[in-house]
Design a protein around this ligand. Structure first.
Ligand code: BGC
Length: 533
């Protein structure tokens, strides 16, 4: 099967701006990552996922690409990427890049050419243009909601944007064309065909350089029929065509969607679903609303919190649904990502991270570790709006994008630049966590993460392919992996007791503040344990 390596992999997400700056300009770069590969390898991860590192005016932190085939000069060169891929591979680590093909930057030559024209391209428009006045209802001005933007000209009319106005949507056509809206091309019209071909060319270019896959931004909104479901399914069919081609041309490479793949009834195009950090299921477990509350989230305490007032229900309901649809379908579960909160947010202390990390690294999903979460870096409220990080006054992504904290040197070892020139400020707390302070220190978050990943690697029952059976959904939260492994976590301050027969004849293999008793397992506040027969 293509891409089977992903199923039992652990992913490490690197926000390139903020990981390691080798040339002192205040912004991270690929050479900085190469220099830090030993740290990444020491975690035991199998793949690095980079946020977009292509040429861009960085209106949306690189999610506005102006050249898909060129690494942004501030990060280095294409040759640096090839070197990184090779040096990572020597350490058993693959590289996954981020593909933003629902839209480009307004600075992309494709857009500039269509903007300069006085009407549709004879070869088919790559973007979606109209000259008739847009009807109300489409024009909701929120990032992330497609809306019509008046053309700055010379081309007359409006273009459709995907996220910020500077991110014009690429034209993949419509399922339903409409003579009243001649701008709705069919999916097989020349413009959409050109874009689909370009998509393959981009993938082919980077796969041929040794890249092992792509995370695909806004993967299911390529086709924009109203109501989205139909458009989402049609988008998934485009990806299925791409996957068919990849099965021949690059069988080992993987595609990871931004969210969950719509169920079309046909074979899946993507190699996993993603339990997206901004969505309610993930947020209900970890999010304390530091970064904001998105419209589809409930303002309630997360499950992993000292007060013990949260619930696993929203997450478990979705998990059960996914499992009912396909028990073998891999699901990626991240500690956090570049769009929202960090695992350590608000009042969550390092002591409380053990239960959360034990959950993420022993659940029957593919763990994705966001850079800095391995040392418990904090979400920092009130960070400035850099490169589109603040989407609206109530939603600030900058706090999860601050520079990696390596050591006690200047700028926490991230960069030799003047602090005023850093991409974002460093956590000002004098006790901020660093890699150097935790390296080799028993009980530190870093060593906990290393141990959990190592345990997962040597224990097939804890990996992605074995079933996960929930025993209790509250405090404590307990589940079985395969027939012989029991995991119990107690994220709240109050102690908890698990009454179960399942722990009979088991021994502890990992944990803190969790003890086997005659009736099951007894846990201190914030305790966690893994037991095996
Ligand atoms: C990315 C965001 C980005 C948006 C628009 C999301 O999927 O994760 O960071 O702003 O797409 O490209």
């Amino acid at each position: 099967m293509p891409g089977t390596w992903l199923r039992d992999a652990v992913i490490y997400e690197i926000y390139p701006q903020s990981f390691a700056d080798s040339d002192g300009d205040g912004i991270g770069d690929l050479r900085g990552v190469i220099d830090r590969l030993d740290h990444i390898a020491s975690l035991g991860v199998d793949a690095i996922w980079f946020n977009p590192c292509f040429e861009s005016p960085f209106v949306d932190a690189g999610y506005d690409v102006s050249d898909y085939l060129r690494i942004a000069p501030r990060y280095g060169t294409n040759d640096d990427m090839v070197e990184l891929v090779e040096k990572a591979r020597e350490r058993g680590i693959r590289v996954i890049l981020d593909l933003v093909v629902g839209h480009t930057s307004i600075e992309h030559p494709w857009f500039q050419a269509e903007l300069a024209a006085d009407g549709p391209s004879p070869e088919g428009d790559r973007y979606i243009w109209r000259t008739d006045e847009p009807e109300k209802g489409w024009d909701v001005d929120l990032p992330g909601i497609p809306a019509w933007v008046p053309s700055p000209g010379p081309r007359p009319g409006w273009y459709l944007k995907n996220f910020y106005d500077e991110q014009p949507a690429l034209n993949f056509g419509w399922v339903h064309t409409d003579p009243a809206h001649p701008w709705r091309d069919a999916m097989d019209a020349p413009g959409p065909q050109r874009n689909k071909q370009a998509l393959r060319d981009i993938l082919d270019f980077w796969f041929s350089k040794g890249v092992s896959g792509f995370r695909v931004d806004m993967a299911f909104s390529l086709v924009k029929d109203e109501g989205l479901t139909e458009g989402e399914k049609a988008s998934a069919r485009i990806w299925r065509e791409i996957r068919d081609w990849m099965d021949q041309a690059h069988p080992d490479a993987v595609l990871i969607p931004e969210g969950a793949e719509p169920r079309t009834g046909g074979p899946f195009a993507f190699d996993a679903d993603f339990a997206l950090v901004i969505m309610a299921a993930h947020a209900s477990l970890f999010d304390d609303h530091s970064a904001g509350i998105l419209p589809w989230q409930e303002p309630r305490p997360p499950f992993f919190a000292a007060e013990g007032e949260g619930s696993t229900k929203t997450f478990l309901d979705l998990w059960a649904l996914w499992r009912a649809e396909d028990p073998q379908r891999p699901v990626i579960l991240a500690t956090a990502d570049h769009d929202f909160n960090r695992l350590r947010c608000g009042g969550r202390t390092p002591e409380q991270l053990g239960a959360a990390l034990t959950f993420i690294f022993t659940w029957g999903s593919i763990p994705s570790l966001y850079y800095g979460d391995e040392i418990g870096m904090r979400y920092l409220p009130g960070m400035p709006d850099v490169e589109g990080a603040i989407c609206n006054p109530g939603y600030n992504r900058a706090g999860c994008r601050t520079p990696m904290q390596w050591d006690d040197g200047p700028n926490a070892g991230f960069s030799s630049a003047d602090p005023a020139d850093l991409y974002l400020p460093i956590d000002p707390d004098p006790d901020r966590p660093t890699v150097a302070a935790q390296d080799g220190v028993a009980g530190s978050t870093l060593e906990l993460v290393r141990e959990l990943i190592a345990l997962r690697k040597r224990t097939p029952a804890l990996q992605g392919h074995e079933p996960t059976r929930v025993l209790t959904e509250g405090y404590p939260f307990a589940w079985l992996r395969g027939d012989d492994h029991l995991v119990v976590v107690n994220p709240r301050r109050e102690p908890a007791v698990l009454v179960t027969d399942e722990s009979a004849a088991m021994q502890p293999i990992f944990g803190s503040g969790a003890r086997l008793t005659e009736v099951g397992v007894e846990l201190d506040g914030f305790g966690y344990g893994i037991f095996a027969r």
